[in-house]
Write a protein that binds this ligand. Structure first.
Ligand code: ADP
Length: 355
């Protein structure tokens, strides 16, 4: 049997508010029932920390106020023990709860800033590459194509004139051929650009590591969208000779597409799998539970500029496929079972195993 690592990186709801309320109630009962010398109220710090899972800043401060009120109430209701020790314990507990609340909120806001920065980085990495490409391809190819259309119209006019002007029509056809060749040269140059993967950029790397590094960029997006992420990474995959940045780009594109496909209501499950296929390749599969793919349109998804998104550029899959093919692999899409889509690619692997 193939060994795999399974873990749920995010679970949509962790400790629910009701459990936190029950904990607060238990602390209150214990604090009231025990002597004033025993500072049970200090455990309210746990209540504050748990409230971070489901409250925003103001809510956490309200929880803090509630814990302070319960601490004071317990102090007033407790009949046994030294009043002086009780007062000192009460002050210590309230200070601990206050300090915990303040520090926890500070840490949370720092974490939010890091998540935001990561999301921006992932977005910028994608948009910069694709945006630059779109702009240049669009501009470069558009000019000769407009030329072809203009000369085509002129040719038609010369041919339908009475009598037809064959010399002028011939010149128009020559201009059409020249422009069409220019467009084809531009596309050839762009292809050459994409194929230019200098050998020194290719290194022996673990595909699982590249997946984990890339997911770190989208983790906050995944968490924010309430998506539960499952990873099944086979541990017996040998190293692949590949360009790390380009592989990251493929995984990032496929992951972002999967996240975007799951933005509607419904189950939000993302599964990323790696396996050895037994023919010298690793397979990376990205399953989502989104709207899925129309069987008749699957082949078109990989066409340049094909997009169904309002802000889409329709280049992510085209570029991803060319990167995978440059590495000697294959990238394809299938409809998921019972729903969603599965994008898979293969990558040739050698006998080297992860150190
Ligand atoms: P873009 O994301 O800019 O639209 P892509 O080339 O990455 O460009 O994707 C092309 C199209 O393929 C998308 O507009 C979408 O219709 C479809 N697609 C890609 N990934 C998925 C997916 N996981 N589920 C459903 N449709 C998808």
């Amino acid at each position: 049997m193939r060994s795999s690592r399974h873990f749920w990186a995010t679970s949509p709801s962790m400790i629910p508010p009701i459990t936190t309320a029950l904990l607060a109630a238990a602390i209150f009962v214990a604090d009231t029932a025990t002597d004033l010398e025993i500072a049970v109220a200090v455990f309210y710090v746990a209540v504050v920390l748990l409230s971070l899972n489901f409250c925003r800043t103001r809510g956490v401060w309200l929880v803090f106020a509630g814990c302070v009120a319960l601490t004071v109430l317990s102090f007033a209701l407790t009949r046994t023990g030294s009043l002086q020790s009780g007062l000192i314990n009460c002050i210590i507990s309230i200070s601990a709860i206050g300090a915990t609340t303040y520090l926890a909120l500070k840490i949370e806001s720092a974490k939010a800033a890091v998540h935001e920065a990561r999301a921006q980085l992932a977005h910028v990495a994608r948009v910069t590459t694709l945006g630059e490409l779109t702009a240049s391809i669009g501009h470069e190819v558009n000019q000769p194509i407009t030329g072809v259309v203009t000369s085509g119209n002129a040719c038609l006019r010369w041919l339908s004139a009475q009598p037809p002007n064959l010399e002028k029509a011939k010149q128009a056809v020559e201009r059409m051929l020249r422009d069409a060749n220019r467009a084809s040269d531009i596309i050839g140059r762009i292809r050459g650009l994409a194929k230019r993967a200098p050998p020194e950029e290719r290194k022996w790397l673990s595909i699982n590591d590249v997946i984990l590094e890339t997911l770190a960029l989208t983790r906050s997006e995944i968490e924010k969208s309430g998506i539960s992420l499952q990873m099944q990474l086979a541990e017996d995959i040998p190293l692949a000779l590949a360009d790390r940045i380009q592989l990251q780009q493929v995984i990032l594109n496929l992951t972002i597409n999967a996240i975007e496909a799951m933005s509607a209501d419904g189950p939000r499950q993302l599964l990323i799998r790696t396996v050895r296929d037994g023919t010298g390749s690793a397979i990376v599969a990205i399953h989502d539970s989104g709207g899925g793919l129309e069987a008749g349109k699957i082949a078109r998804l990989f066409d340049a500029f094909y997009t169904t998104k309002r802000e889409g550029m329709g280049l992510g899959l085209t570029i991803s496929r060319s990167i995978v093919e440059m590495h000697g692999g294959r990238l394809w899409a299938e409809t998921g079972t019972p729903r969603g889509a599965v994008f898979q690619f293969t990558l040739p692997i050698e006998g080297k195993t992860v150190a």
